[in-house]
Design a protein around this ligand. Structure first.
Ligand SMILES: Cc1cc2nc3c(=O)[nH]c(=O)nc-3n(C[C@H](O)[C@H](O)[C@H](O)COP(=O)(O)OP(=O)(O)OC[C@H]3O[C@@H](n4cnc5c(N)ncnc54)[C@H](O)[C@@H]3O)c2cc1C
Length: 435
C-alpha cells in the first residue's frame, strides 16, 4: 500500500479508528513540528504554565511521535535564548518529566500497566468507565468541558489532565488503567510512558499520596471559565481535609478488591488480521522500520540508510483492541506524508497488520538481511525487534539522549537533583517537585 492511497488505507484500517474522517485535524509531521518549535516563545511559561490559558508549547504530539526529540527542543531553545538561561529553566524542567517517564517505562516495561507501588489508600476501584463519562454528559460543566476538549480537540492542558484523572479515579472510583486507555485513544500525544505514569501519580501508586483538587483550585487555574456560571452541586466544593476524608478515609474496601479482573476481550473485538499482499518491490539488502515514536528524517536509523527500503506498519491487532480517535490517525498519516517526502530512499511503504509478521514478509520479499530500527522504551518495539532477530540481523540505533540517569527512576525530585545540571548547563537554585 503506498502513501498516496489514503482513502484505500482508511478503508483497510476500518475498525482501527473511532469516528468518521473529518477535516481540521492538527497537522502532523516534522515540518510542522519545527515550525511550531521555532515560533514558540517560552518567556511567560514559568509564570503561566499552570493556568489553562498559559503559554504552554503544545509540542507534545510531535514529541510523542518522535517528529521532534526532547534533546533537540532543549538545544534549539538554548541556542535561541543564550543570554537568559533562567528563562528556560521551568520549561526544561517540565520537559525533563517526559524523559523521566520514558525512563520509568524503560525500567518497568509492560509492568507499567500495573500498579508500580501499593496504593496509599484502601478504596475499591471499578473496571468500567460510567456511561455518562464516556458520553461527556456527567452534568458537571468542568468535567464535561474537559471531556469535550479531549474528544473534539485531542488535547488537554496538563492541569485539566490532572483534574480529570483525579475525578475519574477518586470521585468516580474507576481504575486508573481505564482512564489511561481513554487518554491513549483520544489524545494526539497519547502514549504509554507519560500517560500511565501520570495516572499512577494521580492514583498514588507512583507517588507518596494520591493527587486530588478542590473547586477553588479548578476555579483559579481555569480562570473561572466553568465555575463562575456553574449552578450544580459541586463535588469538589470543600477544603482539602474534608475532601481527603470523604474520598479516602471513610472506605472499608480491602486493598485486594482493587485488582478487578477485567476478563478477556470479546472475539468480535479482535477480528482476525488478514495479511495483505505486498506489491512488487525492488530488491534491497537493508530495511528500516519506522515506528510511531520515531517519525523524523533526522532519526539515525533513517539517516544512515538512505538507500534502504523504509516501512511503517499500522499495528492492526493493537489498534483493533484499542482503536485511535480518527484525528490521531490523521496526525500520523500527515506525519508519514511529510516524512516520506523528505526521504531519498527509493522504497517507502505503509503496511497494515502484525508488525513483526509484516516486516518479516517484506524483508523476505526484498531479499533484505538487515532490519534497522530506532530504539525506544516502548516494550513492543523491543519485542518486535526480538521476533525479527530470529531471521534477520537487527540493528537498533540510539536516540539523542536527554539526560543520563542509570538508577531506578522512583521519584522525579531525585532524578532532577541528579540531572538538572546536565539538562540546564548549570546548577539550579531551587528543586521544586510539583507537576
Ligand atoms: C493524567 C495525565 C496523563 C498524561 N498523558 C500524557 C500522554 O499521553 N502523553 C504526553 O505526552 N503527556 C502526557 N501527560 C503529560 C502532560 O500533561 C503533557 O505532556 C503536556 O500537557 C503536553 O502539553 P504541552 O506540550 O503544551 O506541554 P508544555 O507545558 O509546553 O511542556 C513542554 C513539554 O514538556 C513535557 N511535559 C510537560 N509537562 C509534563 C508532564 N507533567 N509529564 C510529562 N511530560 C511533560 C511534554 O513533552 C511537553 O510537550 C499527561 C499528564 C497527566 C496528568
Amino acid at each position: 500500500m503506498t502513501i498516496t492511497d489514503r482513502t484505500a488505507l482508511l478503508a483497510r484500517l476500518r475498525g482501527c479508528f473511532l469516528g468518521d474522517p473529518k477535516a481540521g485535524t492538527l497537522p502532523g509531521g516534522r515540518s510542522e513540528a519545527l515550525r511550531r518549535l521555532h515560533a514558540y516563545d517560552p518567556a511567560a511559561y514559568g509564570r503561566t504554565r499552570n493556568h489553562l490559558t498559559g503559554t504552554v508549547s503544545h509540542l507534545s504530539p510531535y514529541l510523542r511521535h518522535g517528529m521532534l526529540s526532547a534533546a533537540e527542543v532543549r538545544e534549539h531553545l538554548k541556542a535561541r535564548f543564550p543570554n537568559d538561561p533562567a528563562l528556560l529553566e521551568e520549561f526544561l524542567r517540565q520537559l525533563a518529566w517526559r524523559d523521566f517517564f520514558e525512563k520509568v517505562l524503560a525500567w518497568h516495561g509492560r509492568g507499567l500497566d500495573d500498579d508500580i507501588e501499593e496504593p496509599k489508600h484502601a478504596v475499591g476501584r471499578s473496571a468500567c468507565i460510567p456511561l455518562d463519562v464516556v458520553k461527556g454528559d456527567t452534568g458537571l460543566p468542568c468535567v464535561d468541558g474537559m471531556l469535550h476538549e479531549l474528544f473534539a480537540d485531542g488535547y488537554l492542558h496538563n492541569h485539566a489532565r490532572l483534574w480529570f484523572a483525579a475525578y475519574l479515579c477518586h470521585f468516580r472510583g474507576v481504575r486508573w488503567q481505564e482512564g489511561a486507555r481513554l487518554f491513549r485513544q483520544h489524545l494526539y500525544d497519547g502514549d504509554v510512558a507519560s500517560n500511565s505514569s501520570s495516572w499512577q501519580w494521580v492514583e498514588g501508586t507512583f507517588a507518596s499520596k494520591p493527587y486530588f483538587m478542590n473547586k477553588q483550585n479548578v476555579a483559579t487555574f481555569s480562570g473561572g471559565k466553568w465555575c463562575d456560571t456553574c449552578r450544580v452541586k459541586c463535588p469538589f466544593d470543600a477544603d482539602y481535609p474534608t475532601l481527603q476524608h470523604r474520598l479516602f478515609a471513610g472506605s472499608t474496601a480491602p486493598f485486594g478488591s482493587r485488582n478487578v479482573d477485567v476478563g478477556t476481550r470479546d472475539e468480535a473485538d479482535t477480528a482476525p488480521v488478514s495479511p495483505d499482499e505486498i506489491g512488487p518491490v525492488p530488491p534491497a539488502t537493508e530495511l528500516v522500520w519506522v515506528h510511531d515514536a520515531a517519525m523524523s528524517w533526522d532519526d539515525s536509523a533513517l539517516k544512515s540508510n538512505p538507500a534502504a527500503a523504509v516501512a511503517f506498519v499500522f499495528d492492526e491487532p493493537a489498534l483493533r483492541a484499542e482503536p485511535w480517535a480518527y484525528h490521531r490517525l490523521a496526525f500520523v498519516l500527515d506525519g508519514l506524508d511529510d516524512l516520506y517526502a523528505h526521504l531519498p530512499n527509493p522504497t517507502k511503504l505503509i503496511l497494515v497488520g502484525d508488525p513483526a509478521e509484516r516486516l518479516a514478509a517484506l524483508a523476505g520479499k526484498l531479499g533484505a538481511t538487515t532490519v534497522h530500527v530506532s530504539e525506544h522504551p516502548n516494550p513492543w518495539v523491543a519485542e518486535t525487534a526480538g521476533k525479527l532477530r530470529l531471521n534477520f540481523q537487527v540493528v537498533v540505533h540510539p536516540r539523542p539522549m536527554f539526560a543520563e540517569y542509570p538508577s531506578e527512576p522512583k521519584r522525579f525530585s531525585r532524578y532532577w537533583e541528579q540531572v538538572a545540571t546536565q539538562v540546564l548547563g548549570y546548577r539550579p537554585k531551587s528543586n521544586r517537585n510539583h507537576k
